[in-house]
Design a protein around this ligand. Structure first.
Ligand code: IMP
Ligand code: MG
Length: 179
């Protein structure tokens, strides 16, 4: 049994979520918001973020979900495939917010931003990521994170949607698996 060292307590996460919601609302007053939640990891974050935005006014939030899988082959750049897609045209011409749990190598987000702009006719993308591991970014990948929760070191984290082998997703806090 491996221990989990807590990095961000549940209350600290919730405080950060409220902070991010406040920034989004300030930047986009009185608007309909289009969220694209990246499954499965970003589900708790997106749910809490939507609630926090909703508590600040009468926002209409459209939430769509997408699932992606990235394979890291022998080459440094992974391949990404869409395993659950958006319905056609739901976000055409819109400003959309990608809601993601963590950006690591950046391969998944790089793919998704281009996919939405090029294949789904999205007008503009803003990236919302609870966690960011900038030291892990692959060379040549440049992600502009519009709303970022926490920057972390090169650690494998679990909890609050993040899993290791399908485990630990349900924890209300985020921690590091230890040997
Ligand atoms: P990237 O394409 O390398 O940026 O990978 C992003 C995806 O890998 C995230 O959406 C997560 O699903 C997963 N991932 C990356 N780092 C971690 C971690 O520390 N814990 C759990 N999942 C992670
Ligand atoms: Mg993810």
């Amino acid at each position: 049994m491996r221990n989990i060292r807590v990095l961000f307590e549940a209350e600290r996460i919730q405080q950060k979520v409220r902070e991010l919601a406040g920034q989004i609302v300030t930047d986009h007053p009185n608007q309909e918001l289009y969220f694209i939640t990246v499954l499965n990891g970003a589900r708790p974050f997106s749910r809490d973020l939507q609630a926090a935005v909703g508590s600040r006014g009468s926002y209409k939030i459209h939430n769509y979900e997408i699932a992606l899988q990235s394979y890291q082959g022998t080459e440094s750049t992974g391949q990404v495939i869409v395993t659950k897609d958006l319905e056609d045209r739901v976000v055409e011409g819109k400003l959309v917010f990608i809601i993601e749990d963590i950006i690591d190598r950046g391969v998944t987000m790089d793919f998704l931003v281009k996919y939405l702009l090029e294949k789904k006719g999205v007008e503009r993308v803003k990236v919302v990521s609870l966690l960011d591991k900038p030291s892990r970014r692959l060379p040549g990948i440049n992600i502009n994170i519009d709303y970022r929760g926490f920057e972390i070191e090169d650690l494998f984290v679990v909890g609050y949607g993040l899993d290791f082998d399908g485990k630990h997703r349900d924890l209300p806090y985020i921690g590091v698996l230890e040997q």
